[in-house]
Write a protein that binds this ligand. Structure first.
Ligand code: XBP
Ligand code: MG
Length: 264
């Protein structure tokens, strides 16, 4: 039986509900700054999440909806320049919103990560989002000045292909010198689950408002959230019956993850 050595966390939607209240809002602020009359509604943004990565998402929107860009693109400019400028502005808005503490962590996230650290587990991040976004969120929710909590923060363009490609997880495994069966992944979306699964990693999904109806059949466990002593979740009955008395059954703990039942 392999031993659990590391936990690898996705960021957006997993550590916090950043898509609806952070990224979407920041995209809209960047569009307004640029004088573009685009506004991504909460519903429309759900569709746009089909494309991972902020730059890729803007480009996908432009190609799909064909908005009039004549007054924004000089003859010598190409679309890449406009997309890059919008994305830079979006990142500035996003990190400001995050550092203002506008988006709380999801239930159980801070507790479980602190428990993991105390138990000597290694920790890493695997995200599609830009590095500065991940750092802003980690520093804010853990109230630390540098995210040395995570020995690897793999983010954004560090790999050639974003999720659902497995590249970011291959990168993390290689940086940590670990094999997939020594790690557990936490994701919130089908893209993330596909990326981790293709890298042979076992994944726990905590779905959210944008992802609850996606296909998570490849996940080891699908939960509303990680739970906390004062914010319980219902673990599947089949899992509850395997828990020793000492392991809480209404929230995810390191003791639960270390039982090894996810490796069978
Ligand atoms: C998150 C994303 C990101 C953010 C935007 O995916 O798709 O693209 O929406 O971030 P995951 P950037 O949760 O799988 O990491 O604008 O910085 O790309
Ligand atoms: Mg995610």
């Amino acid at each position: 039986m392999p031993q659990l050595k590391a936990l690898i966390f996705d960021v957006d939607g997993t550590l916090a509900d950043t898509e609806r209240y952070g990224h979407r809002v920041a995209f809209n602020l960047a569009f307004a700054d640029a004088g573009l009359e685009w506004h991504w509604s909460e519903e429309q943004y759900g569709d746009l999440l089909a494309v991972a990565g902020g730059k890729e998402r803007i480009r996908y929107f432009i190609e799909r909806d064909q908005p009039d860009l004549s007054s924004h693109l000089a003859a010598e400019d190409d679309l890449d320049t406009l997309v890059a400028e919008l994305h830079r502005a979006k990142t500035r808005h996003y990190t400001r919103l995050i550092r203002a503490g506008k988006i709380p962590p999801r239930p159980g996230v801070v507790r479980l990560i602190r428990e993991a650290r105390a138990a000597g587990l290694r920790l890493a991040i695997a995200t599609t989002s830009a590095l500065e976004n991940a750092i802003a969120l980690i520093e804010t929710i853990f109230a630390i000045s540098s995210p040395n909590l995570f020995e690897v923060i793999a983010a954004g363009d560090i790999v050639a292909h974003k999720k659902p490609a497995p590249d970011i997880y291959h990168y993390v495994l290689s940086e940590m010198g670990l094999s997939p069966d020594e790690c557990l992944v936490f994701e919130d979306s089908d893209h993330g689950l596909q990326a981790a699964t293709q890298a042979q990693l076992t994944t726990i999904v905590t779905h959210n408002g944008y992802t609850y109806d996606q296909d998570f059949s490849a996940a080891a466990l699908v939960l509303d959230h990680l739970g906390d002593p004062n914010n319980p979740i219902e673990l599947p009955a089949a899992l509850r019956t395997q828990l020793p008395d000492a392991v809480p059954s209404t929230y995810v703990t390191i003791a639960l993850l270390q039982l090894g039942i996810f490796y069978s």
